[in-house]
Design a protein around this ligand. Structure first.
Ligand code: FAD
Length: 301
C-alpha cells in the first residue's frame, strides 16, 4: 500500500475529528472508519462512511417507531430468519461507502456488480501514479489443467523470473512513454485522456464504491468465494472482515446461510433422502450430469 505523508495525515485528521450524533453507530465500524487496509502490493480498501447497524435491519423489518431492538438474542433470531428466507429489503436499509485502490483488470471484474454507486478517479483530469500490480511469486501461477477459468501450480525457477521481468519491464516502459507523452521540455504534450490508453491493465485506479448491505453480501458471496480470481478475492475478504465488525449479527447469518451453507437442487434432495434410507446412489441413477454430480459430491460426498 502506498500512501503519501499528506494522505496519511488526512486519514489521521479524519479519525481525530469526533462528532456527536443521534443516529445509531456500530462500534466495530467506528474502529474501522477511514483507515486504509492494505490489499495486494499497492492497493487498499477503507470505509469512508456507513449508515445503519444490525438494529437498522430489525427496525426496518418490524417497521418500528424506536430503534427497533428488543434483545440481542431476539435480533439475532429475526436477522437469521430474514437471511434464511431470502428477505432482502431489510438488509438494504444499511449502506456502506468504500474507497478502493485496485488494478484496472480487477476493476473490470468488480464493475460488473451493477447495484453499487461508483465514482472513479478521472484519468482525463489526473495523472495516474506509477504503480503496477506485480504478483507475489506464490501467486504467479500456471494455467489450471482442470479449470479453464483458473490457475494451477505456481511457476518456478527461470520461467517465474522471466515472467516477472516481463511484467515489470513492460509496465515500466509503458509508464515511461505515458509520462513522456504527457509532455517534456519544449513540447506541447499529449492530452491525459489520450496518453492513458498506453497504460497496462495492471496499473492502479481508485474509486468510491457505495452499496447497500444486501448487494454487498451478494458481491462478497461471489467474490470472496474460492472460485473468484485471487486478485479480487483478497479485496472481498478484506471487506468481509470489515462487514463482520460493522453488522456482526447479519454477518453471522450471512456466513451461516450463504458463505458456509450449500444449495440443493430437487435431484440433490432426492439423492440425500435415498442415502439417508441407506441406499447406495451413483451418478448414473441420480439423474444428475457428471459435472453436477462432481459438485454435489464435493459438498455431500
Ligand atoms: C467466478 C465468476 C466468474 C465470472 N465470469 C464471467 C465471464 O466469464 N464473463 C462475464 O461477462 N462475466 C463473468 N462474471 C460476472 C458475472 O456474470 C456477473 O456479471 C457479476 O458477478 C455481477 O453479478 P450480478 O449481476 O448478480 O450483480 P449485480 O449487478 O450487483 O446485480 C445484483 C442482482 O440484481 C439484479 N440485477 C441487476 N441489474 C439488473 C438488470 N439490468 N436486469 C435484471 N436484473 C438485474 C440481478 O438479480 C442480479 O443478480 C463472473 C463472475 C464470477 C463471480
Amino acid at each position: 500500500m502506498t500512501l503519501t505523508p499528506d494522505q496519511t495525515a488526512e486519514i489521521d485528521a479524519a479519525r481525530a475529528a469526533e462528532s456527536r450524533t443521534l443516529r445509531p453507530v456500530s462500534p466495530g465500524m467506528e474502529a474501522r472508519l477511514y483507515t486504509a487496509h492494505p490489499v495486494l502490493d499497492h492497493g487498499f480498501v477503507r470505509v469512508i462512511d456507513y449508515m445503519g447497524d444490525d438494529s437498522a435491519i430489525v427496525q426496518a423489518a418490524r417497521v418500528s417507531y424506536g430503534r427497533g431492538t428488543k434483545k440481542v438474542s431476539d435480533d439475532a433470531g429475526l436477522i437469521a430468519y430474514l437471511m434464511r428466507h431470502w428477505h432482502s429489503t431489510p438488509f438494504e436499509m444499511c449502506e456502506v461507502k468504500f474507497h478502493v485502490k485496485l488494478p484496472i483488470f480487477v476493476a473490470r471484474q468488480w464493475i460488473r456488480h451493477r447495484t453499487a454507486n461508483v465514482n472513479e478517479i478521472s484519468a482525463r483530469y489526473s495523472i495516474l501514479d506509477r504503480e503496477f500490480y506485480i504478483p507475489a511469486p506464490e501467486n504467479l501461477a500456471a494455467q489450471s489443467a482442470s479449470n479453464r477459468q483458473g490457475r494451477g501450480e505456481a511457476l518456478e525457477g527461470d520461467e517465474a523470473q522471466r515472467v516477472l521481468d516481463w511484467l515489470r519491464d513492460d509496465a515500466t516502459r509503458a509508464y515511461d512513454h505515458y509520462e513522456a507523452m504527457l509532455g517534456q521540455e519544449g513540447q506541447q504534450g499529449l492530452a491525459r485522456e489520450l496518453a492513458r490508453m498506453n497504460l497496462p491493465a495492471n496499473v492502479y485506479t481508485q474509486w468510491y464504491w457505495k452499496c447497500d448491505l444486501h448487494n454487498l453480501f451478494h458481491f462478497l458471496r461471489l467474490r470472496a468465494d474460492p472460485h473468484a480470481q485471487f486478485e479480487i478475492r483478497v479485496y472481498a475478504e478484506a471487506m468481509a472482515e470489515i462487514t463482520a465488525d460493522w453488522v456482526p449479527l447479519a454477518y453471522a447469518a450471512f456466513e451461516d446461510y450463504r458463505m458456509g451453507g450449500a444449495q440443493l437442487s430437487a435431484k440433490g434432495v432426492k439423492v440425500l433422502k435415498r442415502r439417508l434410507r441407506g441406499e447406495v446412489v451413483s451418478q448414473e441413477d441420480s439423474g444428475m450430469s457428471k459435472g453436477e454430480w462432481r459438485e454435489f459430491e464435493g459438498v455431500w460426498g
